[in-house]
Design a protein around this ligand. Sequence first.
Ligand SMILES: [Zn+2]
Length: 266
Amino acid sequence: MRYIKLGDWEIYQLDGGKFSLDGGAMFGVVPKVLWEKLIKPDERNRIPMASHPLLVKTNKNIYLIDVGIGKNWDEKFKDIYDVKEENLFENLDIGPEDVDYIIATHLHFDHMAGYVNYNFKKAKVIVQAYEWQDANFPHLRSRASYIKERIEPLKDKIILVEGDYKVEDGIYLILTGGHTRGHQIVLIERDNKGIIFMADLVPTIHHIPYPYVMGYDLYPVDTLYARYRIYNLILKYNYLMAFEHDREAKMGYLKIENNKPTIELI
Ligand SMILES: [Zn+2]
């Protein structure tokens, strides 16, 4: 877990479980001879990843942005994805019962399957309407990413939004599409400083170059356009980027070197 302050707001980068995914699928059209220099695959060609949800405590509310891959997986699932389960709220004074809103960037299992493992007594779950529709009626290309038993329990808690949305002053949802039609990222702004939770727009620091788009993305060219738009915003306001999928929790500032985007980690 990692803790930073944004003005008088508190931000925690949590441990939502470790897993591994196929390296080729994670780097799309990028040849293995290039990506394997950045991150070494295991004997089954998988690269190490993790889920790092963000917990944000404002003066009004406690937000949890994504919940992670969660727990209680069967042996077959654990073997395919090399899952190592973690307790999201370990070493934290805040518990699931304190969370007011869960913001789901999208409903893939590595982001939201953990929802069923905790007793979020009062939390409402904010998700894009497109995502809710596509998660409930997946097609053959997306079906493996949406797990019915872990999505259905959300239905009584769901708040659907369409497009960019202000949750409260300083908490903004930005619809990016790309990874899925309803994929969104979250901007947290306080005292002229900001953090952007990149979700699957840029899953790890190795995905910062524009064309390093995942093979998992349903609309990869939309991901590329969204990166142009969001990188410009980040550079203009010097927002801190929080990455969800690096094995170690990572945050950093975007820099342009030799015309290429790169990261300066904090
Ligand atoms: Zn993901």
